[in-house]
Design a protein around this ligand. Structure first.
Ligand SMILES: *Cc1c(COP(=O)(O)O)cnc(C)c1O
Length: 370
């Protein structure tokens, strides 16, 4: 019997509408909608606790914290980054007039390869912007050693790494700052939203000025800021979603276990294993297709799945360095990024979300196993 329901690549984590209504009533009665209101403050506190970080500033999406981190640290010149990410990572550099310098990735973690960073450093380099791709932690120690040696700042794009811990410590503690995205498709969402994590109170204050036009008082502007503020409605929604995010991560873990169990025996398909000492968030389930061994190319499998209404995502494909905006850069030439190209041409992220039922998982696996 053919099941014709579309299986999407993700599905948003939504709080119960009944539970949300009293929050809305409260916001309506307070008549305070944005600019560091009650729920905004409560969510910052709750996230600090949940994420085990000292300072967090909420934003209206996950791109503005990247842009403001670069402003707050006064980054200029060139920044070393990865081509294997969502475009926003590199766009944030461009919006700040900074030249992105792409470095190839590690074939196992898909994160920037720390062993290739030093060769890309020039007198103009001021920072490194790595990404914890799929929530898999970067080699933060190695990156920090290089940063310290050359006096560089490190800003992590941790959009995928909500709740990820290494040996009980938040991965968001690494580097000078880390950014988060709370977009609807992420493990934890506030519909649209994001945050910037920093290490000290003075820096948080500067970030909070930057996200509110640079206002440091009624008539004082201390920086050319922007409007990056999160509102009360989404802050309240975020407080409710935080209560169920652990259960959602656990449900994703169950899906990953089922995928791995079956795919382990499929010739030509590989996937990522859990890393020891890491609390993963199972944000994505990428598989990598070796066309020769599997007998079908990545795109053939991708479209075969699509024909059967199973929507994967070629994530990340194309590489950022292949977009017309960036392909003119010296570091964007494919010879400089062989591993990234290989991975981008072999990856499909399988459907992955809380509550993806076992019948659907079975249906997805049957298409891949053949
Ligand atoms: C989602 C995402 C962003 C951007 O976040 P938005 O909230 O959509 O602005 C940035 N970097 C990475 C790696 C992402 O996945």
């Amino acid at each position: 019997m053919k099941n014709n329901k579309v299986i999407t690549v993700t599905s948003p984590l939504l709080p119960s509408l009944d539970e949300f209504m009293p929050y809305l009533q409260d916001i309506w009665s307070r008549q305070w909608l944005t600019n560091n209101g009650y729920y905004h403050q409560e969510l910052e506190k709750a996230l600090c606790k949940y994420l085990k970080v000292p300072y967090i500033s909420l934003f209206t999406n996950g791109t503005l914290p990247l842009m403001c981190a670069l402003q707050a640290l006064r980054i200029t010149g060139e920044v070393i980054t990865t081509p294997y990410s969502f475009v926003a990572t590199t766009h944030s550099l461009w919006w700040n007039g900074i030249k992105p310098v792409f470095v190839d990735i590690d074939p196992v973690t898909c994160n920037i390869d720390p062993n290739k960073i030093e060769a890309a450093i020039t007198p103009k380099t001021t920072a490194i912007m790595p990404v914890h791709v799929y929530g898999k932690p970067c080699d933060t120690e190695k990156i920090q050693t290089i940063a310290d040696k050359y006096g560089l700042k490190v800003i992590y794009d941790a959009a995928h790494a909500f709740g990820v811990e290494v040996n009980g410590k938040s991965v968001l503690e690494a580097g000078d700052m880390s950014t988060l995205s709370f977009h609807a498709t992420k493990v934890y969402n506030t519909i649209e939203g994001g945050a910037l994590v920093c290490r000290d109170e003075k820096t948080k204050k500067r970030i909070d000025y930057l996200k509110n036009f640079g206002f440091a008082g009624e008539t004082t502007i201390v920086a050319p800021g922007i409007n990056g503020k999160m509102d009360e409605v989404r802050s309240a929604y975020g407080l409710l979603n935080l209560r169920q995010v652990d259960a959602a991560i656990d449900s994703r873990r169950q899906v990953a276990i089922k995928y791995r169990e079956v795919l382990r025996n499929v010739e030509g398909i590989s996937f990522m294993e859990d890393m020891s000492g890491v609390r993963h968030n199972y944000s994505y389930f990428p598989i990598f297709i070796d066309a020769d061994k599997y007998g079908m190319t990545r795109d053939e499998l991708y479209f075969k799945m699509k024909d059967q209404k199973v929507l994967g995502r070629r994530y990340f494909y194309p590489l950022i360095s292949e977009f017309s905006t960036y392909r003119g850069l010296d570091s964007a030439i494919p010879e400089n990024l062989p591993i990234a190209h290989k991975i981008a041409n072999s990856v499909i992220c399988l459907p992955m979300y809380h509550g993806l039922d076992s019948i659907s998982v079975q249906r997805i696996l049957e298409i891949i196993v053949r």
